[in-house]
Ligand binder design. Sequence first.
Ligand SMILES: Cc1cc2nc3c(=O)[nH]c(=O)nc-3n(C[C@H](O)[C@H](O)[C@H](O)COP(=O)(O)OP(=O)(O)OC[C@H]3O[C@@H](n4cnc5c(N)ncnc54)[C@H](O)[C@@H]3O)c2cc1C
Length: 277
Amino acid sequence: MIPAPFDYERAESVEHALSLLAEREDAKLLAGGHSLLPLLRLRAVRPSLLVDVGRIEGLAYVRDAGAAIAIGALTRHHDLARSPLLQEHNPLVSRAAGLVGDPQVRHRGTIGGSLAHGDPASDLPAVLLALDGEVDVAGPDGVRTVAARDFFLGPFQTAVGQREMVTEVRVPKLTGDHVWSYLKFRRRAQDWATVGVAALARRSDGGVAEPAIALVNMGATPLRAVAAEAAWAAGEDPGALAAEGTEPPSDTNGSAEYRRHLAQVLVRRAVAEAAAR
Ligand SMILES: Cc1cc2nc3c(=O)[nH]c(=O)nc-3n(C[C@H](O)[C@H](O)[C@H](O)COP(=O)(O)OP(=O)(O)OC[C@H]3O[C@@H](n4cnc5c(N)ncnc54)[C@H](O)[C@@H]3O)c2cc1C
């Protein structure tokens, strides 16, 4: 279908983008366009103004920020996957980014767009949740920092307001003690996850400490599998409890029951892969 008519403005800076957003209540930011354009074509959204932030300078970067790695909102999935800094300090992010869609999607889609879009089937939101990362959101009153656990509010709903823009994402540096895995089950290589699992923990006294397991497409938002995390820390089978507290969707890729089973299998595999690192 052809999108409904809209005006188009190219923002030169974050401040310019925010001032354009403030002009119309239904204005929308456009970054890589790989989630927004399909919605426009389906007429599922009909903004009267698109504010193109895709060419704002200085917002595509991966930087060493001390204990964290800072990632600019316009950084493409491809660049996350290839970043030497992430490969060294947080390979979980580069691994998951390298599994997003196909090469075309990875060359256009941005981390800011992926997080702000709030699709529970997306890969990077669950990774951010497992890592306890944080997101800087610029708005009319300045920049605020939102923790990953407070960021995802519902399907396609996040803590980013209509007049706000994600500017930076920070993830912790992992150490040599960390073990991790990202696994994604999908029917075809370029598909969204039917179910995905991010697993992370620190080696400790022959077991693990601070376990984090986040699930993709097992509810309205990315979810932490809290019961499975506790089982992992206790040296028990985390897979058995992987689907506890989840409400997976049923769709053409699988029923809710199938997804619950997949979550159990993938969590077991992810924990085994992590332990083998
Ligand atoms: C064929 C296909 C396959 C895909 N497969 C996967 C997959 O396997 N895994 C996966 O995770 N994703 C997948 N995607 C989605 C892809 O990763 C998108 O690029 C991403 O979700 C959105 O990023 P974007 O930069 O394209 O955002 P856009 O499409 O430009 O924007 C998406 C939404 O975010 C808002 N937005 C964008 N940037 C910002 C910002 N900085 N601050 C605030 N709001 C902002 C926009 O207003 C819009 O509402 C796929 C997409 C396609 C088309």
